[in-house]
Design a protein around this ligand. Structure first.
Ligand code: NDP
Length: 317
């Protein structure tokens, strides 16, 4: 009868995060030596990815996660220089933070980042979709332009992020989509047909995306208001983010029921950042509290899931 024993002599991770293992196989009359490459998930750390992490609420989320998340924290930013600057300032506080370029408006950049996290970590444990834009109230760009540009980043690019990253979320993972209270206010300003669809448990991602496209098209013809849409591009984009979070939560519960992944949308509050200005009531650190709470929901938590959360409390939708 063939007899053999395997002895792993040395485990090592190379610069790409791959795990290499020197193996000695003892067989009767023979000793074999081989070096094998193992799936790099074997010894990898847990990992959290934050979009738009170079300033504002995103940077404060990264800062809090560096302290409280047990694993590797990735600050991502569309601009390499601004991202590295933020990493340097957090490192100067003694925090350990990693960087990866990620422009959510650029599908190639999203795909490259997703490939990196899959290769290095075998997936992602926590994703915080924080990146977003808003035109200033004083901006004189035509509403049609504001609608197209705002929806492109806040809804369509966030959706592209989720298309690439949702399949990478590991069992027990958390997805936090930074929406806004403006989504609730804007939902309540929609006509009854739209309100019913956005609240419906059977709305699909395709239907939602079609509705977001309709809004942009109607805005170009100045027809959005007569068709029951509110007069706010930012508000509609965040209705999209909140509704998409609910759709994805339902889908994950159905398709991966044992993985206990929790997906939520949230509002950080009114926060003093470049977006909201100096009169806002919260500091970026205070604004990070609810997103970080959702990112760090304990392993045995089963809720909130598919909810809109503000001040760490589930809100009516
Ligand atoms: P800031 O304008 O301060 O920061 C926005 C961040 O998003 C920046 O890092 C910006 O990068 C990044 N970003 C924008 N577009 C992209 C993109 N295409 N790819 C990657 N990153 C991008 O805003 P806040 O910190 O205030 O906002 C953060 C989130 O919170 C947003 O989703 C916002 O809608 C939401 N929010 C904010 C509130 C507030 O009161 N501040 C209230 C409710 C919600 P860059 O520096 O390169 O522009």
């Amino acid at each position: 009868m063939m007899f053999f024993r395997v002895c792993a002599l040395m485990l090592r991770r190379n610069t790409f995060g791959e795990v290499w293992c020197a193996v000695v196989t003892f067989q009767r009359f023979r000793v074999n030596f081989s070096v094998q490459r193992y799936k790099n998930t074997m010894l990898s750390s847990r990992v959290v990815v934050v979009t738009g992490g170079n300033k504002g609420i995103g940077k404060a989320i990264v800062q809090a996660l560096c302290r409280d998340f047990g694993g590797d924290v990735y600050l991502t930013a569309r601009d390499q220089g601004r991202g590295q600057e933020a990493v340097a300032s957090l490192s100067a506080e003694g925090l350990k933070v990693h960087f990866h370029q990620l422009d959510i408006d650029d599908v190639a950049s999203i795909a490259k980042a997703a490939g990196f996290f899959k290769q290095k970590y075998g997936g992602v444990d926590v994703l915080v979709n924080n990146a977003g834009i808003a035109f200033k109230a004083a901006d004189t760009s035509p509403f049609s332009v504001q609608a197209e540009v705002t929806l492109r980043t806040n809804y369509f690019a966030t959706r592209d992020m989720l298309t690439h990253f949702l399949p990478l979320i590991k069992a027990g993972g958390r997805v936090v989509n930074v929406s806004s209270f403006v989504s609730v206010r804007s939902l309540n300003k929609c006509g009854p047909r739209l309100q019913e669809r956005f609240r419906s448990p059977d709305i699909t991602e395709e239907e939602l995306t079609g509705l977001m496209e309709d809004f942009v098209a109607l805005a170009k013809e100045d027809q959005h208001k007569v068709q029951g849409w509110p007069d706010t591009a930012y508000g509609v984009s965040k209705i999209g983010v909140t509704t998409l979070s609910m759709i994805h939560a339902r889908r994950l519960s159905k398709e991966r029921p044992n993985d206990k992944i929790l997906v939520n949308a949230c509002c950080p509050g009114w926060v003093r950042t470049d977006m909201a200005g100096p009169k806002a009531t919260k500091s970026p650190e205070e604004g990070a509290e609810t997103p970080v709470y959702l990112a760090l929901l304990p392993a045995d938590a089963s809720e909130p899931h598919g909810k809109f959360v503000s001040e760490k409390t589930v809100q009516a939708w």
